[in-house]
Design a protein around this ligand. Structure first.
Ligand SMILES: Cc1ncccc1-c1cc(O)c2nc[nH]c(=O)c2c1
Ligand SMILES: [Mg+2]
Length: 214
């Protein structure tokens, strides 16, 4: 069952990865998910779309909502400039513990700051942590929180003209209220990137990029 995926993945990682190498960790996780069992990591196909958006944005302050095992945190951190700040929020402590070890083994501790707790409680704390705004936000947690969390980010003044919101799973499992909100909101300019569900070539999914124009 999907229950316990994170623990089985961690066991596999402990036995196989080359420590201190984020790309090797990413490849190891993808290989496990293709050959043993798939997990809800963004994966290599949608991951490439995410990589391209990060590289084109060149963000210095980044937020990820939904760490899970740390796969996309590594993909993002790998492409950030030296002096950037990257926060990832995970509400499930068991998933966070696995992500912490995976990020540590990949040698990316100093690039990624993980916060454990509900996104609605964590988002209001960023101003107090010296964050003026986020240049890029990757939304990949609970589909029902996409819309309320983006609304909260704006309310907290954490979006600035040009801030980029990248949302996973806008087709499968889908977040219809988020898509409706962001596409009909004059403050955002959205682009859809049709793709496939991670590790499932036969299932359609998509990433939505929304630029905040304020
Ligand atoms: C729901 C689902 N069913 C079958 C296969 C994969 C998924 C799935 C895929 C994802 O990329 C997810 N990302 C963030 N949060 C999720 O809950 C989630 C769930
Ligand atoms: Mg996802």
């Amino acid at each position: 069952t999907a229950e316990g995926f994170h623990l089985r993945l961690l066991e596999h990682v402990r036995k196989t990865v080359k420590p201190g190498d984020a790309s090797n960790m990413i490849a190891t996780i993808d290989n496990y998910c293709y050959t043993v069992e798939s997990g809800m990591n963004v994966g290599d196909v949608k991951g490439k779309i995410l990589d391209d958006i990060v590289l084109e944005t060149n963000p210095t302050t980044v937020l990820e909502l939904g760490t899970f095992c740390g796969y996309s945190a590594l993909r993002i951190a790998r492409n950030l400039p030296e002096n950037s700040r990257f926060f990832t929020v995970e509400f499930n402590p068991e998933h966070a513990a696995v992500a912490k070890e995976i990020i540590h083994t990949a040698g990316m501790d100093d690039k990624i700051q993980m916060l454990i707790g509900p996104s609605q409680e964590m988002i209001p704390q960023f101003k107090g942590m010296g964050v003026s705004h986020f240049d890029l936000v990757f939304v990949d947690h609970e589909k029902d929180l996409y819309k309320p969390d983006v609304i909260l980010l704006e309310k907290e003044g954490l979006l600035k003209k040009g801030s980029v919101i990248v949302a996973d799973n806008v087709v499968y499992p889908g977040s219809p209220d988020y898509i409706d909100y962001v596409r009909n909101n004059p403050k955002f300019k959205s682009t859809n990137y049709m793709s496939e569900l991670e590790y499932h070539k036969d299932v359609v999914d998509a990433i939505e990029k929304s630029i905040y124009i304020g």
